[in-house]
Design a protein around this ligand. Structure first.
Ligand code: SAM
Length: 175
């Protein structure tokens, strides 16, 4: 009887921790002022990189880099590519994918919020965000990016920045 109670207690505690983990996973992006995890489809990744028109040696960044697919694609296109990501599991996964692709010298993932970073050194920014962050992000990018920088946004648009090109659900902005 005591054994059964102990086993039941173990599963109860395990479930509780699991639920707390799920709750934290869903709250974290909101608390960080960013989007929930959802990945850009591979065809869209290719189109985003093509829209960015990367020149060799340019610096590119994916804001909220998820599993690293855009960072890897940007690096393959010739950029020094960075990604900011707050979810440690996704950071681990994307770094692993970068190693497997042999891109350790061109692609870097930082476990940090992009809101705390100065983005002025980047020529290209990609983002798959969410509506509630776009106004704040527009302000940050307009303040920090240099003339000539390009921003490619998957799906979401900036409220006051006129896009220079639209391809389906992808939007290109130029500073
Ligand atoms: C919609 S997903 C996009 C993933 C990837 N860029 C792609 O297109 O496949 C948004 C990502 O941003 C991350 N994120 C949310 N807020 C963030 C913040 N303040 N700083 C860094 N990453 C953030 C989330 O954890 C999530 O992985």
């Amino acid at each position: 009887m005591v054994n059964i109670l102990l086993i039941a207690l173990f599963f109860l505690v395990f479930d509780l921790f699991f639920l707390l983990f799920l709750l934290w996973q869903s709250l974290r992006p909101v608390l960080a002022g960013g989007a929930f995890y959802a990945s850009t489809r591979e065809e869209a990744v290719k189109k985003m990189v093509a829209l960015a028109q990367i020149k060799p040696g340019e610096k590119a960044v994916d804001l909220g880099s998820g599993d690293g697919r855009l960072v890897i694609a940007l690096a393959r296109a010739g950029a020094q590519a960075s990604g900011y990501e707050i979810d440690p599991l996704l950071v681990w996964l994307s770094r692993r994918k970068i190693r497997q692709a042999g891109l350790e010298k061109q692609a870097f993932i930082y476990r940090q919020s992009f809101w705390n970073e100065d983005l002025s050194g980047f020529n290209v920014v990609t983002v798959y965000g969410i509506s509630y962050m776009m106004k704040r992000l527009e302000r940050k990018l307009k303040e920090e990016l240099k003339t000539g920088a390009r921003v490619v946004s998957n799906y979401f648009t900036f409220p006051d920045w006129a896009e220079s090109k639209k391809e389906g659900r992808l939007h290109l902005y130029q500073k």
